[in-house]
Ligand binder design. Structure first.
Ligand SMILES: [Zn+2]
Length: 283
């Protein structure tokens, strides 16, 4: 395990929020970012992700169905932002390739990367262009992609700022980045008031818990602008109770966002953020 500083403001001044297993979750006193500190080593994480994704055919199918609404809405947002323009799209953490397939169907030259060998083999078996690598290992050319997507990936990365800078490098000027992350802290704080124990932070899989504000900070810091966050559709879990909860909060969140003209974002639920690469050079 290693001690780290805040990914946004580089401060090491934190409040202790919660312990899950051996892991401490802290909040930066300066910018409010919530993260795990100390963090697991990268070798531990690479091993951890070999058994992270579903493996049986029925679990893979259910995962695809659960994400279909979010993927459809994300493509609608991307296509609205790019207009008629199509080109190269990279899905980072593509898992079994469901989003790549959906993007190919709307005219994108879509490919993906993922750490899970079995998920990449599965996607290759369906004829998709995927690679069992990290973004850094791929060494893509500068200004290469028109769009990069990350569904439930950024919260897993040990150094999200470094990763976003690499994304910025490989995106074309005015290229589009779409990120979807969960937002756990408001729910954990609410449960704490009622003394309800939980492991909702899902450590060591999740290492950072982004709010829309902290995500905006880190995106700006790494050279993105025109940052917009929306509810971005909802997931459809297999279990009826989870599906009802997801639909209820997803619908309430979407309505509140619409009637406040995009000002109010319901805390504690997953959201989709889109950002555009600022053509200015960053350090
Ligand atoms: Zn900070």
């Amino acid at each position: 395990m290693k001690q780290i500083k805040c990914h946004i403001c580089n401060s090491d001044r934190t409040w202790f929020l919660k312990k899950e297993g051996n892991w401490n979750i802290v909040q930066c006193e300066l910018c409010g970012l919530v993260y795990v500190n100390p963090q697991p080593e990268e070798d531990f994480l690479k091993e951890h992700y070999q058994s992270y994704l579903p493996e049986s055919q029925s679990d893979i199918d259910n995962w695809g169905k659960m994400m279909a609404g979010v993927f459809g809405e994300s493509l609608r947002i991307i296509n609205k932002t790019t207009g008629a323009r199509r080109g190269k799209l990279l899905d980072i953490g593509c898992a079994h390739g469901f989003f790549i397939e959906a993007a190919l169907n709307t005219g994108w030259e879509a490919s993906g990367i993922d750490l899970s060998k079995q998920a990449v083999q599965y996607a290759e078996g369906r004829g998709l262009e995927v690679s069992n690598s990290t973004l850094f290992e791929k060494k893509y050319k500068d200004n290469y992609f028109d769009v990069i997507t990350m569904f439930y990936v950024l919260e897993h990365l040990p150094d999200p700022g470094k990763y976003l800078k690499e994304i910025h490098r490989v995106l074309k000027p005015s290229g589009v980045l779409l990120v979807r992350v969960p937002h756990t802290t408001p729910i954990v704080k609410m449960l704490k008031m009622f003394n309800i124990s939980n492991t909702l932070y899902d450590v060591p899989s999740h290492l950072t818990d982004f709010s829309p504000q902290s995500l905006k900070h880190i995106l700006k810091k790494t050279g993105f602008n025109a940052i917009r966050t929306s509810i971005g559709g909802m997931t459809y879990p297999r279990s009826l109770s989870e599906r009802c909860i997801s639909c209820f909060f997803g619908t309430v969140g979407t309505i509140l966002h619409k009637i406040t003209f995009g000002k109010y974002l319901l805390p504690g639920i997953s959201k989709t953020t889109i950002a555009i690469k600022n053509a200015k050079k960053i350090s």
